[in-house]
Write a protein that binds this ligand. Sequence first.
Ligand code: ES4
Ligand code: ZN
Length: 319
Amino acid sequence: MPLPKAELHLHIEGTLEPELAFALAARNGVELPYADTDALREAYRFSDLQSFLNLYYGLMAVLRTERDFEDLANAYLARAAAQGVRHAEIFFDPQAHIARGVALGTVVEGLWAALGSSEENHGVSTRLIMCFLRDESADSARETLEAARPYLDRITGVGLDSAEVGHPPVKFREVYEAAAALGLRRVAHAGEEGPPQYITDSLDLLGVERIDHGLRCMEDPELVARLVRERVPLTLCPLSNVRLRAVDTLADHPLPAMLDAGLLCTVNSDDPAYFGGYVDDNFTAVRSALGLDEQRLRELARNSFLAAFLADDEERRAR
Ligand code: ES4
Ligand code: ZN
């Protein structure tokens, strides 16, 4: 039995398996530039964040209707439940859909059709986190937050994702302030490809409560000490780091050193359809490649509930 756990770093668009991509393409009359699912899997041979993102945004063309988003989310929730996930905080990229002519309401209502009944259907409680694309303008992020106002009862927080380097946190200071004023929780990707300073600035300028990835904090001992002192959770994604070459091999992943340093680490899947595994596959992979013992694995699972945006009673129920 996989350990009960929360998944806190999961892009719903990154759960699109080739088989579902082809099924949705057929349903919507969208032509994909791949002969079949094998050819598409072949294309999943990117070697850095940008080449991955190009494929990831391209494949979104098959997501058009509420039902598409509902089917996508239900497929993820079923797989997650089978891997021990009891609670999932799910990212989505509104700007990527709005830019293709898919309304924000279609995305949120579609996802909600699955998320709203997920506790009954899958035994998984959920939260929705809306991410701003950091390679788009700050104005675009502000417009997206405005457009989300009718849906804020379904959206727990905001995040920041996409191409990191060259798009520092400071660019999004005002929109994060506006999000906080609306009562939204705040997270941001930082220190995946970008420097440790982006982690510091996400804390100081954006007021984030968790750092997504945060791998490169290990280059700055003072930052590590601060993250430990302030108990800032990091949502690590080991298989993602290997596929996008943030680390050379899984055996080189700094997770053991990060745990030894006292960092509040969690293990997550990021874009599981693309990176070779769902969350328990990540747990299994780090266990064998890094020799983590049962106690460490339990610590990671416990951390995931501590770092979640769960009310205390829900947290107890999930364990
Ligand atoms: C992402 Cl791995 C990763 N990094 C940044 N942005 C993303 N969006 C989806 N996956
Ligand atoms: Zn991510």
